[in-house]
Design a protein around this ligand. Sequence first.
Ligand code: RUB
Length: 307
Amino acid sequence: MHKQAEKTVRDIKSLKIQGARNVATAALKALIVFIEEGRAETKKEFLEEFRKTVETLSRSRPTEPMMRNLLQEAAAFAEESKEESLAAFRNTLKRHEEKMLKQIEKDKQKLVQYGARLIPNNALVLTHCHSSTATGILIKAKKMKKRFRVVAFETRPRYQGRKTAKELAGAGIDVTLAVDGSMSLFMKKADIVLVGADSITSRGDLINKIGTSTLAHIAKMYDVSFYVAAELSKYSPKTIFGTREKIEERDFKEVWKTPPKNVKIRNPAFEATSAKYINGYVTELGVIPPPSFFSMATKKLGIRLYE
Ligand code: RUB
């Protein structure tokens, strides 16, 4: 496999590249480098390598349908392309993948606009982990001159909350980093919760960083609105026939490098939050209720259900 694709797989696995959107765009960019530099000499050879690269990138993290959906779209386009010469084929694919990247950026800008409108003035906003989509919304709200404070939770064991806090502080937002165990404490004063998404199921359930459902349940208890920033491409087609998205379980050493004998350690990276705890998904087409996510996403992704 091309060395850029290998490096991207390593960086995704080690969380150097984290967050669904960053993972998906990094995978597409690695594919573009492969298209430009891959050593194949015939179209057949190239296609074989292309398929392997798509497959290996897709498997780099199990709970990332946005990456899988985008890579599959790129693969379907390649399989259908009629270009005869390898040079023309590479060019067409590269242009297509670059167009996809531009579209992802455009979608984010739209989503961020819709989300920023949701942030109330003088609000206390709670967020968890690091979602580039959620921070994008908060930064946009700040640019709209809204005044609000954010509490970002640490997100042990990998502390993605620090990344969120740093990014928001850099944008001039009043932000506090708090330990995960203080979720209930801060919820009592909160006005809105905003988190990102890794995967959305056909039922409209959310799969996101471990700790998200705790936040959602407590939000319900205190009647605080719970919103999720999620591009429609985060829909998981695997769930059409009831299959649940696989939840990634990470290395126990992230939690405790040398635990005493007989201590079991669990380190699930994500968890599901039922649709009933979610007020709305902030998407590129507007803020929608969870049951609508399925039909809008399948339409956008071109998934035909009744054939
Ligand atoms: C990141 C995480 C984020 C989503 C959405 O987990 O759970 O909320 O991926 O991110 P990890 P984005 O750090 O384990 O990847 O909005 O950037 O797609």
